[in-house]
Design a protein around this ligand. Structure first.
Ligand code: CTP
Length: 424
């Protein structure tokens, strides 16, 4: 197994070493489990470690955090903990448990259990393996359901017949993993998946859980492929029965993908985009604004997310017509686009073919975005101007000059306000 560890970042390897040590010291058996083990075997990059403990995950996590001096977040209610490391790396620690679903699509009742029981509660064979972190060199994979075999054969397979009914979010997960790894959903699993969809179980899950799964779908590398596959299975009605996925949707997804790639390539230092939100907005393109608001509400999107979506619809009506004209002044471009989020602007760009508009967007990102004045009211006060509407007029003129490249720094801005105040 050590050959797999070689592919891990040095920091994670060190953590595994320390976890072995803590396991030995506390006499609590520790295992690497779930997606991180699957990815380790596949040789796929994964920056999260999932460790499960026979004993107490919380006590174990305290020891480990102390040993490696990392930040520790404890989730008492769930009996889990997260160690936050540098470079986006994190380690989730849980206690081995068993689960029982009181009824289909409900949250499971949880109680401590053995490793075997912990693996048995999981979604697919490829995610139901464990690697013992015992200090001896025999580090062996515990694989009671044939996960390694399914990894080699490229198969997504559930552990038991009620898996999708117990937890219908696994329907989305099955499609996500099958697309991500190019795996086939094994025939019986596919039958069970379709049965759960036909029984309407996706609509019985708490919509917030469905939202989280949908976001993961939209964060995958080729989200439209997943959307198409889910639509084909009839698994998108939890969003809306009116949702229409067609060639136009495909075109929009492709166009958005191009815009996102352009933005990331050209402006790597700007804040990270919420690409999923952009895809989610175009996914709902066939619906009316009131329908969209109902969906956003039901799925419990955050206020800021809703705002970015809505401003796209407003922007389409109000901003595109203005910025489709020839020769729009820089201050107009700035005043229309600066209040918008990057997500909204990318949506507008992806859905418009107008050349002028595209050119202004490029100018905005390259030149105007984030432009601020170096002078303040203090400088105007120093010239004897009393606070009031005159301030705004002067600032607007200086900003226009700055956007036009006529002033560039504090010195030239000061010279300009002097000229404006003394009208020289
Ligand atoms: N799991 C499950 N059923 C779910 C969600 C998760 O059985 N509905 C189990 C799986 O064993 C999974 C593990 O919990 O591997 C961790 O879940 P998560 O972090 O969501 O998934 P990963 O498999 O790590 O997938 P990803 O690579 O997308 O993070």
């Amino acid at each position: 197994m050590d050959k797999y560890f070689k592919k891990l970042p040095q920091e994670l390897r060190e953590i595994i070493r320390q976890a072995c040590w803590v396991s030995q010291k506390t006499r609590m058996p520790a295992y690497l489990v779930g997606g991180c083990l699957r990815d380790l075997i596949l040789g796929v990059k994964n920056l999260d470690l999932d460790i499960t403990i026979e004993g107490s995950g919380i006590i174990f996590s305290r020891h480990l955090a102390q040993k490696i001096r990392s930040k520790l977040i404890i989730h008492e209610r769930f009996g889990t903990a997260t160690l936050i490391l540098s470079n986006n790396l994190k380690v989730d620690i849980a206690t081995t448990r068993q689960e029982r679903y009181p009824h289909f699509a409900a949250l499971p009742e949880v109680k401590p259990g053995s490793l075997k029981e912990d693996l048995k509660r999981r979604d697919f064979t490829i995610n139901a393996m464990a690697l013992s972190l015992a200090a001896d060199k025999s580090k062996k994979i515990i694989d009671p359901f044939g996960g390694q075999n399914d990894l080699v054969s490229g198969r997504i397979r559930v552990l038991h017949d009620l898996s999708f009914k117990d937890d219908p979010t696994r329907i989305l997960r099955a499609v996500r993993f099958s697309q991500r790894f190019g795996f086939k959903i094994e025939p019986k699993t596919l039958l069970l998946l379709k049965e759960a969809i036909a029984d309407g179980l996706l609509n019985k899950v708490n919509p917030h859980r469905m939202r989280d799964e949908l976001i993961l779908i939209l964060k995958e590398q080729h989200p439209f492929r997943l959307i198409k596959a889910l639509n084909h299975l009839g698994a998108l009605s939890f969003i809306s029965a009116q949702l229409k996925i067609d060639r136009a949707t495909r075109g929009l997804f492709l166009s958005v993908a191009k815009e996102i790639a352009w933005f990331i390539k050209n402006f790597p230092a700007r804040r990270q985009l919420d690409s999923w939100l952009i895809y989610f907005t175009v996914l709902l393109e066939s619906l009316t604004l009131p329908q969209i608001k109902i969906i956003v509400n039901r799925l419990g999107l955050r206020k800021g997310e809703e705002k970015r979506m809505i401003s796209y619809y407003q922007g389409r009506r109000k901003i595109i017509p203005v910025l489709s004209k020839k020769q729009v002044a820089p201050e107009k471009i700035f005043s229309l686009l600066e209040p918008l989020s990057y997500e909204t602007i990318i949506l507008l760009s992806a859905t418009s073919q107008n050349k002028n508009f595209k050119k202004y967007l490029k100018d905005f990102f390259e030149i105007y975005n984030g432009m601020r004045l170096c002078i303040s009211g203090h400088d105007l006060g120093g010239l004897g101007v009393l606070p009031g509407p005159e301030y705004q007029k002067i600032f607007a003129k200086v900003l226009a000059a700055k956007l036009n490249g006529q002033v560039r720094n504090r010195q030239t801005e000061l010279a300009l306000i002097k000229r404006l105040v003394y009208k020289t």
